[in-house]
Design a protein around this ligand. Sequence first.
Ligand SMILES: CC(C)(COP(=O)(O)OP(=O)(O)OC[C@H]1O[C@@H](n2cnc3c(N)ncnc32)[C@H](O)[C@@H]1OP(=O)(O)O)[C@@H](O)C(=O)NCCC(=O)NCCS
Length: 160
Amino acid sequence: MTLHLRDFRIGDEAALRAVFHSSVHQLACKNYSPGQLTAWGPLQHDAAQWAARLRGNQPFVAEIDGCIAGFADLQASGYIDHFFVTGAQAGRGVGAALMGRLHQSAGSRGITRLFADVSLTAEPFFTKNGFVVEARQQVQVRGAVLANARMAKALAVCQS
Ligand SMILES: CC(C)(COP(=O)(O)OP(=O)(O)OC[C@H]1O[C@@H](n2cnc3c(N)ncnc32)[C@H](O)[C@@H]1OP(=O)(O)O)[C@@H](O)C(=O)NCCC(=O)NCCS
């Protein structure tokens, strides 16, 4: 197995939507009801809006043996908007590799605090990576209410 990380490229949008959909419906299904999952990851979506969001977010993309397996982004504020691994590739180190890449990116960009609105499914993974829960939230998504957590991590600043 070869795991490779690269920058987002125009043309990735549909494949990343498939990763998002798979992640929500095959992994987050452990913690949310079918109705909540449909609201969070509907099959029908506005492809132009999705593409615009990804082009703005500029995620890092993980590939296993040349196939896209996950993606995650880091905004200038330190906010992680998306962090998803495709269902079939979960548990193979993709999330860990993406998290490492986000930390590396934060270091080179002078970002000293990471934060995200983390699903109940991903919360143990974020905790394992040093994030702490700052607030428990109930978010409205297309008519459904989903529980998640605002999690954050202060990064050590290297003094030179
Ligand atoms: C959470 C998620 C990103 C983890 O990605 P992954 O590729 O499966 O994680 P990895 O294989 O890199 O696992 C890294 C470590 O975290 C642990 N881990 C991963 N997911 C975990 C979970 N849900 N609970 C507890 N531990 C978890 C692994 O056991 C592994 O531990 P190890 O280093 O001791 O072996 C992925 O499962 C996912 O996309 N989940 C659903 C979508 C979602 O909720 N996204 C986040 C929205 S904020």
